[in-house]
Design a protein around this ligand. Structure first.
Ligand code: NDP
Length: 286
């Protein structure tokens, strides 16, 4: 029986972070300025605390400065906007990220639109989304960019291949569909979602299958074309631990290449945030 090869996201992310650290060192030497990421954390969501801590730690390892702006959950929209405006104007800050989700009562769209597009390292600002769709990206959103890097650095041939993306969120599925169909990547793309009729019919057509659903082990081996490349974006906390959106045991009997969870897409996301922070510093300083 077949056993898929593993795409080692942890190793690929580490390699990218090593490359980045060299570029950061060179940047600091040439500009006498250290790239700096400002993270804004509102309220006390435990998962958000972990994400922000991991992002700051990764910055530290890459020699990128980071600031943490902690705000109480009951902060007003105007006070949060005032902080974003202040960070936009602060020449020492190159990248700004507002950790989502925001507490109830705050309008995330409005806050994200207030971030200067040139400092928008999450790439959620409509200007940056629009530029990506037009094939002239300034920043790419971190998780979709991480998936594209995994494909590229695993030597996956994408031109003319049928990519099926399950999920259409603004953060993962939708941008991935755009990037996979972009000139130079050249996949033929199908986007599936909760209203898709006969999901398995579509997923079985996929040469490249991307699961970004948020449902534990939802994609099973019988839904996968033999030899397909399977990228599992899902991160689901269950009683059995952290699992993806793909049932790894059955999927790895059918797929040709597959990402594990954890150790697949997850480590790439933070690496791409560091890349965007350096790019922001480069374009603001040079
Ligand atoms: P969302 O909940 O925003 O989107 C989920 C998508 O899956 C929606 O488009 C939804 O369809 C679709 N969906 C839900 N149920 C089904 C179904 N039964 N059949 C087909 N499609 C379905 O999630 P995100 O996109 O934000 O995240 C997806 C997963 O990726 C989550 O597990 C999340 O934790 C993980 N994630 C991981 C990251 C990482 O760094 N590794 C970063 C970000 C997310 P509809 O639009 O119709 O509702």
């Amino acid at each position: 029986s077949n056993t898929a090869s593993i795409i080692d996201g942890k190793a690929i992310a580490q390699q990218m972070r090593n490359e980045l650290a060299e570029e950061v060192a060179e940047f600091i030497q040439n500009n006498s300025v250290t790239p700096c990421l400002a993270a804004v954390l509102v309220g006390e969501d435990p998962a958000s605390e972990v994400y922000v801590r991991n992002k700051r730690r990764a910055c530290e390892h890459a020699n990128i400065d980071s600031q943490l702006h902690r705000l109480p959950a009951d902060i007003t929209q105007d006070d949060l906007l005032a902080l974003v405006t202040k960070l936009n104007k602060d020449d020492a800050v190159h990248g700004i990220l507002v950790q989502l989700p925001l507490p109830a009562g705050l309008d995330a769209d409005l806050i994200l639109q207030a971030i200067s597009p040139s400092k928008d390292v999450d790439a959620f600002h409509p200007t940056n989304v629009g530029r990506m769709v037009q094939g002239k990206p300034r920043f790419l959103p971190c998780t979709p960019h991480g998936v594209m890097q995994l494909l590229d650095r695993s030597g996956v041939d994408t031109a003319g291949k049928h990519a099926v993306v399950v999920g259409r969120s603004d953060i993962v599925g939708k941008p991935l569909a755009v990037l996979l169909a972009a000139r130079g990547v050249d996949c033929t793309v199908t986007v599936c979602h909760s209203r898709t009729a006969d999901l398995g019919y579509h997923t079985r057509q996929a040469d490249i299958l991307i699961a970004a659903i948020g449902k534990p082990e939802f994609i099973t081996g019988d839904m996968i074309k033999p030899g397909a490349v399977v990228i599992d974006v899902g991160v689901n906390r269950t009683d059995a631990g952290l699992v993806g959106d793909v049932e790894f045991a059955s999927a790895s009997q059918v797929a040709g290449l597959i990402t594990p969870v954890p150790g697949g897409v997850g480590p790439m996301t933070i690496a791409m945030l560091l890349v965007n922070t350096l790019r922001a510093a480069q374009s603001l300083e040079q």
